[in-house]
Design a protein around this ligand. Structure first.
Ligand SMILES: [Zn+2]
Ligand SMILES: [Zn+2]
Length: 221
């Protein structure tokens, strides 16, 4: 890890005092040039987020809902982060306070979306996914846990290699993975995802429980 992507751990910042989503008055994106963050007019609903959803998955939804490019979204990570090299979505490396401000999501949701190598939790360095989850627009931090070989909800073997070109994408918030969204980051073949704000629906309660149980199990063992 090169030193210039290191940032102070902002995970200790207090949650937004009003606890509210900033609802846009108009669905028009305007960029605050000084910070290069969409400060006004973006659309994002807390209900789109599933439990234990990964930061990359959250950012894909944000990107899709607002027709943003991967370059613009990568800049949410901070101007000091090289957008193409990106940053590992890990606690202590990602500035949660900044993201909270940009996305209008609770700090807890954002903290949970990051790798947290506590106890016996070990995470894969490459993007791993369940195709059925991706079809729902969902990727979880649980899918990245090394000891997890199947999806807790669908019991499908987790994949990392593209079925067509065989490439694996590094698990980093960078332009390449942000641009790929539900596709291979190298050959752009679809990996099954079709999420849009119009077809978004809540996670099934049994799936919700399965992810939470798996996440907690991994911490305790
Ligand atoms: Zn799944
Ligand atoms: Zn591919």
């Amino acid at each position: 890890m090169s030193s210039h992507v290191m940032q102070p751990d902002a995970s200790s910042l207090p949650p937004r005092s009003d606890g509210l989503l900033r609802e846009p008055a108009f669905p028009i994106l305007t960029l605050d040039e000084s910070r290069l963050t969409p400060a006004l007019g973006y659309i994002f609903r807390r209900g789109w987020i599933y439990p234990h959803e990964s930061l990359i998955s959250i950012l894909w939804k944000f990107e899709t809902a607002n027709a943003l490019s991967g370059v613009v979204v990568a800049r949410l990570m901070g101007l000091e982060v090289d957008a193409y090299e990106g940053v590992a979505p890990r606690r202590g490396l990602v500035d949660v306070g900044r993201l909270q401000e940009s996305l209008g999501l609770p700090a807890d949701t954002l903290r949970t979306s990051l790798m947290d190598p506590l106890g016996s939790r070990r995470y894969s360095d490459v993007f791993r996914y369940c195709r059925r989850c991706l079809a729902l627009g969902y990727h979880s931090v649980v899918h990245q846990l090394e000891r997890q070989s199947v999806c807790p909800a669908h019991h499908r073997v987790l994949e990392s290699r593209c079925w067509r070109c065989g490439c694996e994408a590094p698990y980093r918030v960078n332009v390449q993975l942000l641009e790929a969204r539900y596709h291979c980051a190298y050959c752009y073949v679809s990996h099954g995802g079709t999420w849009t704000p119009e077809n978004a629906h809540p996670m099934k309660p049994e799936h919700r429980r399965a992810f939470t149980r798996r996440y907690l199990d991994c911490c305790l063992r």
